[in-house]
Ligand binder design. Sequence first.
Ligand code: 4AD
Ligand code: MG
Length: 462
Amino acid sequence: MQRTLVKDALNSTEPRDAILLQGWVRTRRDSKTFSFVELNDGSCLKGMQIIVRDTLPDYGAVMHRAGTGASVSVTGRLVASQGAGQKWEVVADAFEVVGEADATYPLQKKGHTPEFLRGIAHLRPRSNLFGAVFRVRSRLAYAIHRFFQERGYFYVHTPIITASDCEGAGEMFRVSALDADRPPRTEEGAVDFSKDFFARQSFLTVSGQLEAEAFACALSNVYTFGPTFRAEDSNTSRHAAEFWMIEPESAFLDLAGNMDLAEAFVKHLIADAREHCAADLEFFGKFVDRELGARLDFVMQRPFQRCSYTEAVGILEKSGRKWEHAVRWGDNLQSEHERFLAEEHFKCPVTVYDYPRELKPFYMRVNDDGKTVRAMDVLVPGIGEIIGGSQREERLDVLRAGMAAHGLSERDYWWYLDLRKYGTAPHSGFGMGFERMLMFVTGVGNIRDVIPFARTPGSAEF
Ligand code: 4AD
Ligand code: MG
């Protein structure tokens, strides 16, 4: 017999004489003549209630082995449930324990904290919370591809290993095949990376943007979606050393068009999750964040606010707040400022644009004022920045000057300059942090809890 997933069994429209379910025991309740077993196979939040009668062969011995966490294989009849709380249940004709789980199984009881579950990242997907998180993660990954594919964007696989520091922040993990104990040295005594695997220094990428630009300047509309890495030593609930980023890049698109795309994208992902992960979102609304449903509705219903960096600084100055970090034109907006704008001032997602040139990387298009660049950050309530992007500098001479100002050598970026030398065109793009978007959609407050195996400072177990 072919296995049926619990999700499909629960969606049945009629009883079935024979069904095979396989999964893990969540709970078991024994009564005099039978046991209730809740079988969960991860296909959906809910489990299937199995009724195991004591007339089955070896009932006592089998049930003894069927504790919480054990894997089981059940054949039986799918029948309308007599009890409240479920439409269907299965009366077992055969019940087999495939793999036992003894009393040391750490997920015996419900109600563990996310912190405890982080320590058992290999088992936590078997809990309700993390099962739901990772089903939503999978669905949104699919929705991302759909959103762009349906708009004529091509998926480009940008490299993971790279020699260039796109964001210029120097937060790169080195990739090297040199002997760490005895690396080759130059005459001056420095490590000689020309003898390394790639004959140069190389790193894990912080962003696929530069390579995506090359493809946008050929295929017009592209996106990349893959892992990115940042060796920034910030131990916050919103930073991971390894995270996934979605980066569309569009030729002949200006900053306003880029903002429109970002807004449509965020709304598409929320709508998709609501449609396809309704039960999981309901769970988050009950157990993680009671405001979640209302907040997502609100975000869907309104246009995002837009305000320039200069306006934002004005709003923050006039707020009368005591800030931990002073607000000054030319300084980065801190998390407290971003959250004030989204949560208290605008009370909805806000796109801040035209940031001071000095704050942003070399590739952003310089405005006519000479002081600001065509940057944009999308800030959302509860999290702050989920998207960062810009219109790119397409003018060769201005780009060169910007690179010099950032201390970048033209020799290292010769190919990037070529894109401006041959058939340059205005173009724009952005990067969305996938985990930050997942935090927004689920209400889960820590980035460590929306990525299967988190990589953060001091932690790379599993
Ligand atoms: O703002 P960022 O640094 O922008 C870029 O990397 C551009 N090259 C993107 C582009 O224009 N193609 O990063 C983009 C987004 C941020 O808005 C944030 O959501 C996420 O990536 N992000 C992180 N997420 C988790 N952990 C970190 N350490 C992150 N750093 C950035
Ligand atoms: Mg940013």
